[in-house]
Design a protein around this ligand. Structure first.
Ligand code: 5GP
Ligand code: ZN
Length: 113
């Protein structure tokens, strides 16, 4: 079966989508860890960071541009926000379709758990 984020991108599974373009889609995390917790997902299925190819460099850069737009639109850019890509189970990755977490709206702690 198709992965859950491919299904969301194809509108086969519901999500609160807040942004979309040809390359990516962004939607609210179902289990938010902060007042702002948005996921930015490439429409291309890539399982983990380790699967990125040279040809994906523009795609990955694009996700970071979208993250800036979302952080500005949500009013968390100036105070600060965190971008996270988990890679493989030891990091906490649970969905094996690469995604960029945009987390903010509260004081973030360091180091992360
Ligand atoms: P990971 O732990 O893989 O880096 O992050 C996966 C994230 O996807 C988690 O924060 C989890 O709450 C979120 N998530 C998992 N399934 C769904 C879903 O069906 N819809 C939405 N909106 N988020 C999901
Ligand atoms: Zn997928």
């Amino acid at each position: 079966m198709e992965c859950i984020f491919c299904r969301i991108a194809a509108r086969k599974h519901p999500a609160k989508i807040i942004y979309e373009d040809d390359i990516s889609i962004a939607f609210e995390d179902i289990n938010p860890q902060a007042p702002v917790h948005t996921l930015i997902v490439p429409k291309k299925h890539i399982s983990t960071n380790l699967d990125l190819k040279e040809e994906d460099n523009i795609l990955i850069g694009h996700l970071f541009q979208v993250a800036n737009k979302i952080a500005k639109d949500k009013g968390i850019a100036e105070k600060g926000f965190r971008l996270i890509i988990n890679c493989n189970p030891g990091s906490g990755q649970t969905v094996f379709h690469i995604h960029l977490h945009v987390i903010g709206g509260r004081r973030m702690h360091w180091p992360p758990g």
